[in-house]
Write a protein that binds this ligand. Structure first.
Ligand code: WTA
Length: 656
């Protein structure tokens, strides 16, 4: 363990913000959420969740809402059986909505696909039949390594339909990252594409799969969607084109009901050690909370809304708020393949205008990017269809919140700042549109049915106005059911910090304001948040020291005006060289991108002669952050050698 790296983005103006934005009477009158939900949930939490579970179709009803007798391993809706894909697709066709558009898909080059619920059912059935032909059995793991093409969604739903456990790996991750995830889950199949469009150009994707799969004996087949017609290498017998296998399948398939606790997916996320954790989610409780939150937090009206979540399916937001939550609610949604500035910086607003998007959910880092690009860009488009805006992934600073509301929401739309994690599976803390008077920069209150507290080091709740650690003090339906293959790590990571109280430790710092509303302050562990993506400092450090020129490395997340945090690496080169030179630094940045993925590429690499360490050998990241953020260096008295910081600063001054 290293010392705690303190809080994330500098939220200077956050704690002095005092504006509030009450809902309009008109919005409140028509809102899905009602203030009584809080009272109902408080009066009978399990009864409340049982009622929410009735949003879904169950083949067999549960006997018990929650079994927490083996805490921290929860079972929700014990004895219940359902099919997740049936709930997201077939039942909407059966209720007469087969012609409703499920997905308006927009490719980066401008090609489009319109997929109705009937189409979606046919595609998911064909894909499921193809997976059966490949000999996949209930419980097997399937890796999905794809860009934002419709087939990625068909693949996830086909897995859910067959009781296969998917493990989606973000298409921006490296071959090595894919390999380790396939290996950890012992996946039998990987589904991918030949390539993907990125910033206007096709980029190959399959070579990374070939490289990963060369070292993963568990993989039997690679199923490849043709997206860019990029030339790819082919291993006969192992590799299969999607269009050869899937297109010929029957569009009929009868879904089977699975236990509420049947594993639905594994999603890897960064922890405080170098090895990513496979977060395990199951079926009934997960879908219940994804569905309930999507309906209430975004005020979804399935007959009239057009919803757009800009996340990638490689992250949990894509799982819960593109696939499972929205489709369970019979959404009509936009799915966009590409980057926000291809071919121009107004692409998102052009899409909003084109499809009359009414609910838009994105990340603060993108909002700050839009701010940088200028308000004149969204101004050129008709955004009057928008009625709810959402934010997720990192704390949103009040300035960005206000800009979002004024420039995108015409000073009219509610904004929901939604706090949650890969581990929580669904939104936990958020305003409810039509109910909550919003405060820019605050996620405010645990949703009805959810319970969160801010506590001190001892686990005692802090008074209003006080700050500390965010905990979840009661189990919730979409909670992770563990870390794949590692129960001890699950207990240790989340449940040991406040074991006496039985609280889930979220790893975030938080504060109550004087009204008792919650303000999130960023991570309190060695996890960085870069553009809303979780990356651990140790993961980047291990990538750096795996390079032959590096002797030692320390990584910190430094405040960045656009990305929240930027990765700053301090490295000691082998042989003690103090001048890395531009070439060497570039090689190290590229090496990290190759080992983990471009998202983990350090913003800066500083070559230093020493690293600041305590007497017990822990690296003092706090001091490195002072350097990275150009602050005067804090207290150095606990350093083993107090002259180290001078050496570092002097060296860097010379270097620049
Ligand atoms: C951060 C993303 C402040 C937080 C859904 C959390 C937030 C981590 C917010 C989880 C928010 C997410 N305000 N911080 N509204 N939403 N975070 O697993 O530090 O990728 O612990 O899940 O993102 O990131 P993850």
């Amino acid at each position: 363990m290293t010392e705690q790296s303190g809080q994330g983005p500098a939220l200077d103006n956050l704690l002095t913000e005092s504006r509030t934005f009450p809902p309009s009477d008109e919005f409140a009158a028509a809102a899905n959420a009602r203030p009584e939900l809080y009272r109902e949930a408080d009066a009978d939490r399990e009864g409340f969740w049982a009622k929410q579970a009735e949003r879904l179709h169950w083949d067999t009803k549960w006997d018990q809402v929650l079994d927490w007798s083996d805490a921290p391993f929860a079972k929700w809706f014990v004895g219940g059986k359902l099919n997740v894909a049936y709930n997201c697709v077939d039942r909407h066709v059966e209720s007469g909505h087969g012609d409703q558009v499920a997905i308006h898909w927009e490719g980066e080059p401008g090609d489009t696909r319109t997929i109705t619920y009937s189409d979606l059912r046919a595609e998911v059935c064909r894909t499921a039949n193809a997976l059966l032909e490949l000999g996949m059995n209930t419980g097997d793991r399937v890796a999905i390594y794809m860009p934002m093409v419709p087939e990625a969604i068909f693949a996830m739903l086909a897995c859910a339909r067959l009781g296969l456990t998917h493990s989606v790996v973000f298409g921006g991750f490296s071959a090595e990252a894919l390999r380790s995830r396939i290996d950890d889950a012992q996946a039998r199949l990987v589904i991918t594409t030949d390539g993907q469009y990125r910033r206007g150009n096709p980029a190959a994707l399959k070579p990374a799969v070939d490289e990963a799969v060369a070292q993963t004996p568990s993989i039997e087949h690679v199923l490849v969607v043709k997206r860019t017609s990029t030339d790819v290498e082919w291993t006969d017998g192992r590799d299969i084109w999607w269009h050869d296998l899937v297109d010929k399948q029957s569009d009929q398939h009868t879904p089977e009901a699975f236990d509420a606790e049947h594993p639905l997916y594994i999603l890897y996320t960064s922890g405080t050690t170098g090895r990513p954790k496979g977060i395990l989610h199951t079926s009934g409780g997960y879908l219940t909370q994804a569905s309930y939150t999507h309906f209430n937090v975004f005020d979804l009206k399935p007959d009239t809304d057009v919803y757009w979540c800009t996340a990638d399916i490689g992250w949990v937001t894509g799982h819960s708020y593109i696939v499972y939550g929205p489709l369970s609610n019979r959404v009509t949604q936009v799915v966009y393949e590409g980057t926000p500035n291809t071919p121009h910086e107004g692409r998102h607003w052009e899409i909003v205008q084109k499809y009359k998007v009414s609910i838009y959910y994105t990340a603060p880092t993108l909002i700050r990017t839009f701010m940088k690009w200028g308000a004149d860009i969204p101004e050129k488009f008709d955004l009057s269809s928008l009625r709810v805006l959402g934010s997720v992934g990192e704390p949103i600073n009040p300035e960005a919140w206000i800009w979002y509301r004024e420039n995108i929401g015409a000073s009219r739309t509610p904004i929901v700042d939604t706090w949650w994690q890969t581990e929580t599976g669904a939104i936990m803390i958020s305003p409810l549109p039509g109910v909550t008077s919003a405060k820019p920069g605050s996620a405010q209150r645990a949703l009805p049915g959810v319970s969160a507290k801010v506590v001190d080091d001892q686990g005692n709740e802090v008074p209003h106005g006080g700050g500390g650690y965010l905990v979840l003090d009661k189990p919730w339906p979409s909670m992770l059911r563990g870390i794949w293959g590692d129960n001890d790590r699950y207990r240790e990571t989340y449940w040991s910090r406040f074991a006496a109280q039985g609280y889930y430790f979220a790893g975030d710092g938080a504060k109550y304001d004087n009204d008792g509303d919650i303000w999130l302050l960023g991570r309190v562990d060695d996890v960085m948040n870069v553009s809303g993506h979780r990356i651990s400092t140790t993961e980047v450090e291990s990538a750096l020291v795996s390079h032959p020129t590096v002797a030692e490395a320390a990584v910190v997340g430094a405040t960045d005006p656009t990305t929240g945090q930027g990765i700053v690496a301090f490295v000691i080169l082998r042989g003690g060289a103090v001048d890395g030179g531009a070439e060497a630094v570039k090689a190290l940045r590229d090496h990290v991108a190759k080992e983990i993925g471009p998202i983990a590429k350090p913003r800066q690499v500083m070559v230093v002669p020493e690293l600041p360490k305590t007497r017990s050998g822990k690296i003092m990241r706090r001091l490195l952050r002072d350097v990275a953020e150009n602050r005067s260096i804090g207290d150095v008295t606990t350093l083993a050698d107090s002259s180290v910081m001078e050496l570092i600063s002097d060296g860097l001054k010379k270097g620049t």
